[in-house]
Design a protein around this ligand. Structure first.
Ligand code: M6P
Ligand code: ZN
Length: 196
């Protein structure tokens, strides 16, 4: 029986174009430069900035509890335009704790790059622009970089049992950074140290 009366999903409204969500179940967070220290490569540039600067905001709804098998979460992310030194503002980025869980991102406004990395650190990027839809296959870490001069807004849908694994990103970052080079964004891949 599908409708057994035990479960009533919370009511949530979304504004597609602004990314705003309303409803008793909506959660939100704002990530500042202070919380992102260590993720940007130019520590000196970071020290010269206001650490209360908001880099990105996330709103989301969890209609079932985290870890529930078969459920879905839904949310928006807005990344401000800006840079730390030559490195564009970005999300933290994460693997899913359960590696075999995928995700969808869909872009509404702004422009940027979706950085994808597998467990071997092989990294590639996809262009994000209004209307771009991104199926993030299971096993890939994902980070979004705002390379434009206006906020970058995208919606996301991910499994309720995916979880966020930030530890390896904190320790090793991604295999590529998106930096300002010659007046435009460039994807700079890390040097692979020679194997002995
Ligand atoms: C998307 C989803 C969320 C994620 C958010 C910010 O909305 O993937 O699960 O939390 O982006 O990304 P991060 O957690 O890597 O900072
Ligand atoms: Zn994810």
């Amino acid at each position: 029986m599908i409708f057994n009366g035990d479960y009533v999903p919370p009511e949530v409204q979304i504004d597609w174009l602004t990314g705003m969500m309303r409803g008793s179940d909506v959660q939100q967070t704002a990530k500042t430069l202070r919380e992102m220290a260590g993720l940007f490569h130019d520590a000196d540039a970071l020290r010269g900035m206001d650490e209360s600067t908001v880099v990105y905001r996330v709103q989301w709804t969890e209609p079932v509890s985290q870890g529930t098998i078969g459920g879905l979460f839904w949310g928006s992310t807005i990344i401000e335009p800006g840079r730390v030194g030559d490195e564009y503002f970005m999300t933290h980025g994460h693997f899913h704790s359960l590696r075999d869980r995928g995700e969808y991102y869909g872009t509404i406004g702004g422009k940027g790059l979706l950085v994808l990395m597998d467990e071997s650190r092989a990294t590639r990027t996809d262009a994000m622009f209004p209307g771009s839809l991104h199926y993030i296959a299971s096993g890939l870490a994902h980070r979004v970089v705002n390379t434009g001069d206006e906020p970058l807004l995208f919606w996301a849908c991910w499994p309720s049992d995916a979880g966020h694994d930030y530890a390896s990103i904190k320790a090793d970052g991604f295999g590529a950074r998106v930096l300002l080079r010659d007046g435009k964004p460039a994807v700079i891949h890390e040097q692979i140290s020679a194997q002995l």
